[in-house]
Structures are given as C-alpha cells and as structure tokens.
Design a protein around this ligand. Sequence first.
Ligand code: PEP
Length: 250
Amino acid sequence: MRQPLVAGNWKMHGSRAENANLVTALLDLLPAGKHAEILVCPPFPYLLETGRQLKDSGVQLGAQSVCAEAQGAFTGEVSAAMLKDVGCRYVLVGHSERRQLYGESDALVARKFVAAQSQGLVPVLCVGETLDEREGNQTLQVVSRQLEAVLSVSGVRSLARAVIAYEPVWAIGTGRTASGEQAQEVHAMIRARVAALDATIGGSVRILYGGSVKASNAQELFAMPDIDGGLVGGASLKADEFARICAGAG
Ligand code: PEP
C-alpha cells in the first residue's frame, strides 16, 4: 500500500510574515488522523524558519532545487548537505520551470538526483511533456527519456528512495488540468517501466500528478490507480484550498 503524498511547491512566493500565516492556517486546517503525507517546499531563504514552525507537526519540509555539486566555488547555488542541514527531507529535481527557464538538461537533473540522495534527501523527480510534444504524440517518448536519464545514472534501486512527479508542462500554472485518464495513462507507463526493471520498486514507488491541481479536481485525479498524490503549485499558497486537496488524498 503506497502512502499518498501531497507536496506544495511555493515557487518564488511569500515572505516571512506570509509564510508564517500560511503555515499557521494550514496546520489548523489539515485533517487529523489522515493517511497522506504532506510536504511543503518554500524558497531557500525561508526553509529554516518554516521548518521550525513545522516541527512536530508531521508536515515535511522540502526544497525546490539543489546543486549537482557537493561544495565549492558555485556562486548562488545551494548544496544537498546544506538542505539536509536546515531540516529538509525532500527536494524537487527537474521541475519544468528549471528545465525550461534555466536550461537544466536531463543529464544535469540526473546529477542533481544523485547529489540529493548522497545526503539522504528524497528527490522528487519531475517529468512531463510540453503541449507541442503532446500534440505530436511524443508524450510517452519524452517522459521515458527523462526517466531513463536518471535510471541510467542511478539504477532502478535508487527509486526506492525517491518520488516521481508527472507534470505535463501545458498544465502547470495554466488552469488546464490533465483528465484523470490522461494522467493515469502516463503514470501507468512510468510504473510499468520501473516494474519491468524491479517489480517490487515498480509497485512501491510513489508517482504524483502535478499541473493545476485544485480542490475541485484533486479527488478525480487521486482516485486513479497509479496516482499517489499531487505536486501542487498555485493552490498550495492558499491554506484552505491546499488542506482540502490534502484531505482528498486520503
Ligand atoms: C508546480 O509548480 O509543480 C505546479 C504543478 O504548479 P500549478 O499547480 O500551479 O500548476
């Protein structure tokens, strides 16, 4: 039985005061005794303070990116050891905004995945196709390529300590969501590929859906057999909306 995970990606939003209010409201609203694991990913400068506020709440802390290098002269970068040091358990790698706006290649994403795991962080590997790629019937090919880039460097066993997030780029921040069936098709393909290499890991790896998840569509998506929760951007900045999404995950 896979424990659902709902992750909030705050992106480059918030301030110390706004974050404190958001977390206070969220902790108040989160349903008690629920089965799903909850994660929030604030911007780097707020990790320590948000982590302190989350202490003993059961809500996990994650970062939005990580440097592929361990340490050294890499101005502006943040290492996996630093993220671990400030209390992170998870880190997003390969978010489409990193791939598209900052030119992160499949190979770099794979190196970030390795760097995260080398410090005991759980990488949330984001994969997904653009609208052009979907319309060109390349969805499965693109997602497979992104997945293989990590598998070829890290091997299938590394996925026992990772999470995968399928995030169609055309659905991120656009208000346009994949239907349950569209998402399920890709999730099933990802799981089948992993299971072909290792049946146990294929059955246990959590695969999240991301792309304009809201309280109104979360339940339909989370009801799909291979969707194990969500990676939520915009809606994670509203405590009531995010809490309702979390409640929908079981
Ligand atoms: C995301 O940032 O990963 C995301 C899915 O954003 P949104 O929910 O706003 O589409």
